[in-house]
Design a protein around this ligand. Structure first.
Ligand code: AMP
Ligand code: MG
Length: 410
C-alpha cells in the first residue's frame, strides 16, 4: 500500500508511487457539450446512453432464401412462392403451403417460422422444392436479439471507438453528451533547439519533442496550445507558463526539469505556483515534475526524446485519460516470451524497446540493440515496451511483461 502522505520530494519514487500520486491529483473536466456522431470518435461520454428501441426492430432473416412454415417442409408437399420481400419492405401474411422469396435483413412475414437458404432450394416458376430439413427458427434473427428497448448500451466514461459510435447510431441517436476536450499547452525548453527546416548551427539540435508530444496528444484527441520552444532563462520560462495557464487545463513541457544550473522549470513554478520534482526509478525517464500554475495542472517531462516519449506513455497518458473522465486508465499488459537475456539487474524499472515476432506459435520479444535514451530510432523500430522490474534479470524463454504501442498510442 502506498502511503498517501508521503512527500515525493523526499526520495526516489517507484513508477507505481509516481503514478498513484499523479492519478490522485488528476481532476476530471466537468464541462459537457453535445456532439453529433460524425465528431464522436475519441470523445468521452458524459452520460449513459440508453436505447429506446429493439435492435433488430423485428424478426428478420439472416440469409437470402425462402421464408416458410417448417411443418410444410416436413409434410413433403410442394410449396408455392407467393411473394417477394427485399430488405426495406414488409411482406404479407404467409398461408399454409406458401413460401416467400426473402433477402437478408427483410422482416419475416407473419405466418412464417423459418428461413431456408437459397442454396438448399430449387425454384421453377412459382413452385419451390426444398432439399433440407427445416426446424422452427432456422436463420431468423429475433427482434431485440442485439439490444432490448430500455437497455443501457454504453456507460458514461466510455471513450468512443468506431464500434461504439456505430452502436449509438444503431439505436437512432444522432447526438450525444461528451466531456469537453482537455486543453493542453505545450512548450519545449532548451537554448539548443532549432525547428526543422531551419539551419542548425554549432551546438544546436532539432526539436523533436515538440512533434512527439503533439502527436501523442493528438492520439488522445486533446486540444493543443503549442507555444513552441522557450530559451533557458527564468524570465522566458515564467512568461511561457503564465501564457499557457490562461487557457490550459494542463501544461506540459520537456526538458529543464533536472536540477542543473540551466534548468529553470522548477524556479519558474516556485515563483508562479507549486511544484514537486521527482526522480522516478525508471529507465528511460528519471526527472519528472508535477505542479500547478493558477488553474492549470503542470507536468514536466525529461528533455531526452526517448525519456519524454516513455514518461508520456506511462504517466501523462493515464493522467490525461483520467482528466477526460475515464476510470480505467492503465494500459493493458500482456505476457510474452523473452527472446533475449538481460543478465544485469538494476535498481530502476526498465522499459526497453522491443519487437514481437511469432516463433512456432509462441510470441517472443527481441530487443533493439541500443537502449540508450538518446536513440530515438529505438522507439521507431519497436512495436512496444518490455517492462523489466527493479532488481530483476531475464533469461531467454522467461515470461515477461509486454506493453504494446497499440495500447500506449491510442
Ligand atoms: P534537459 O532535460 O533539458 O537537460 O535535456 C536533456 C537532453 O535532451 C539534452 O541532450 C537536450 O539537448 C535534449 N533535448 C531537450 N529538449 C529536446 C527537444 N525538444 N528535442 C530534442 N532533444 C531535446
Ligand atoms: Mg535543457
Amino acid at each position: 500500500m502506498i502511503d498517501p502522505c508521503f512527500n515525493p520530494n523526499d526520495k526516489m519514487l517507484t513508477v507505481d508511487e509516481a503514478l498513484h500520486f499523479l492519478l490522485e491529483r488528476a481532476t476530471p473536466i466537468v464541462d459537457k457539450e453535445q456532439v453529433d456522431l460524425f465528431s464522436a470518435r475519441g470523445r468521452v461520454l458524459a452520460e449513459d446512453v440508453h436505447s429506446t428501441i429493439n435492435v433488430p426492430p423485428a424478426d428478420n432473416t439472416a440469409m437470402d432464401g425462402y421464408a416458410l412454415r417448417a411443418a410444410d417442409v416436413a409434410k413433403g408437399t410442394g410449396l408455392t412462392v407467393s411473394q417477394r420481400i427485399p430488405a426495406g419492405t414488409v411482406g404479407k401474411r404467409l398461408n399454409a403451403g406458401e413460401a416467400a422469396r426473402i433477402f437478408t435483413g427483410a422482416p419475416i412475414p407473419e405466418g412464417a417460422d423459418a428461413v431456408v437458404m437459397q442454396e438448399q432450394c430449387v425454384q421453377e416458376g412459382d413452385s419451390l422444392t426444398v432439399n433440407a430439413e427445416v426446424c422452427v427458427g432456422d436463420h431468423i434473427r429475433r427482434a431485440g436479439e442485439d439490444i432490448q428497448a430500455g437497455a443501457k448500451i454504453l456507460p458514461a466514461g466510455t471513450r468512443l471507438r468506431p464500434q461504439d459510435v456505430g452502436l449509438i447510431a444503431s439505436v437512432g441517436i444522432p447526438k450525444i453528451a461528451v466531456w469537453r476536450k482537455p486543453r493542453v499547452a505545450i512548450f519545449s525548453t532548451g537554448d539548443e533547439l532549432v525547428a526543422p527546416g531551419e539551419a542548425v548551427g554549432p551546438g544546436q539540435i532539432y526539436n523533436s519533442n515538440r512533434f512527439i508530444l503533439t502527436g501523442l496528444l493528438q492520439t488522445l484527441d486533446c486540444e493543443i496550445i503549442d507555444l513552441g520552444s522557450i530559451p533557458d532563462s527564468l524570465a522566458a520560462t515564467v512568461n511561457a507558463l503564465q501564457e499557457a495557464s490562461k487557457n490550459a487545463d494542463l501544461i506540459m513541457t520537456t526538458g529543464g526539469v533536472s536540477v542543473g544550473e540551466e534548468d529553470y522549470v522548477k524556479a519558474a513554478l516556485d515563483q508562479l505556483g507549486s511544484v514537486d520534482m521527482w526522480r522516478v526509478a525508471m529507465k528511460p525517464g528519471k526527472p519528472v515534475a508535477f505542479g500547478k500554475v493558477a488553474n492549470s495542472a503542470f507536468l514536466g517531462l525529461p528533455g531526452n526524446p526517448v525519456s519524454a516519449f516513455a514518461t508520456f506513455c506511462l504517466f501523462a497518458r493515464p493522467f490525461i485519460l483520467r482528466m477526460m473522465g475515464i476510470e480505467d486508465v492503465m494500459p493493458r499488459r500482456m505476457q510474452v516470451m523473452a527472446d533475449f537475456d538481460w543478465p544485469k539487474e538494476g535498481p530502476r524499472r526498465e522499459f526497453v524497446r522491443a519487437q514481437l515476432h511469432t516463433d512456432e506459435g509462441v510470441v517472443k520479444a527481441t530487443l533493439y540493440p541500443s537502449q540508450s535514451s538518446g536513440v530515438l530510432t529505438s522507439t521507431v523500430w519497436a512495436h512496444g515496451l518490455v517492462e523489466i522490474p527493479e532488481h530483476a534479470t531475464v533469461k531467454r524463454g522467461d515470461s515477461i511483461t509486454w506493453l504494446d504501442f497499440f495500447e500506449l498510442l491510442s
